[in-house]
Design a protein around this ligand. Structure first.
Ligand code: FMN
Length: 219
């Protein structure tokens, strides 16, 4: 079998790299959504983009659940709101607790689309390659799919909000998924109310981005 490419490989020129950098800088976690629906072809394009992500052993362990039932959406939002109240009470310092309460940390009631991404912990694809010592690689693979979807959404002017203030087992039960699936992400998807260059947590004084130099080590 020949390894020769069937198509000419594209060249990503300087102009593309600059645009790509802009995409990375303008990707945001979004919690404020306009009511405008997301075009079905965009939803499909995002899901297809997510499946281009890398995965251990090419196992493609991601499983996508679209939340289409209003009653299920309402139960998810109620669950996250309840967990959010619990999380707030975990902050002992009153000023920090008040600051936490003032944050908007999900758009589950307004976002036009909700998507849950699960990891199939026993995927048939991949034949177990790469997970003998680090089975968590399957979950990491699903995270790469989430990030791929996130960027593909932003490139189309859509926003994604990752919601993690929840009990994964409760969400799995609400979405009635197989036992072998682990929740990776609950995502809100829609048109952002306003695009932003700066993370919302930074704009609200909770946590700013920090310099790479503080995160880079050499040995
Ligand atoms: C794994 C993960 C979980 C997150 N969970 C939440 C969440 O529950 N609620 C929320 O408002 N943002 C959540 N975020 C978004 C982060 O707050 C956000 O990525 C960070 O503040 C940086 O902002 P940016 O994504 O706009 O650059 C999550 C992000 C990641 C990667």
């Amino acid at each position: 079998m020949s390894d020769a490419p069937v198509f000419d490989a594209p060249v990503f020129d300087a102009a593309f790299l600059e645009r790509f950098d802009t995409l990375l800088r303008w990707r945001r976690d979004v919690r404020h959504f306009a009511a405008t629906p997301v075009a079905e072809e965009d939803v499909q394009a995002l899901l297809e983009a997510a499946t281009l992500a890398p995965s251990v052993g090419n196992a493609q362990p991601w499983r996508f659940v679209r939340v289409r039932t209003p009653a299920v959406r309402a139960l998810l939002a109620d669950h996250v709101d309840a967990e959010n109240v619990r999380a707030a009470s975990g902050f002992e310092e009153p000023a920090r607790r008040d600051a936490y309460r003032a944050l908007k940390l999900h758009g589950l009631r307004e976002a036009p689309e909700l998507l849950a991404i699960f990891c199939d912990e026993r995927p048939a694809a991949g034949h177990g390659l790469g997970i003998a010592t680090m089975p968590e690689m399957l979950r990491y693979s699903c995270v790469t799919a989430v990030h791929t979807l996130w960027l593909a959404a932003r490139a189309r002017g859509l926003g994604v909000g990752w919601v993690s203030i929840l009990e994964p087992a409760a969400v799995s039960a609400l979405l009635d998924v197989p036992q072998d699936w682990t929740l990776i992400a609950l995502l809100c998807l829609g048109h952002p109310e306003a695009p932003s260059h700066t993370p919302e947590l930074e704009r609200r004084g909770w946590q700013a981005r920090e310099p790479l130099a503080d995160r880079l080590f050499e040995r």
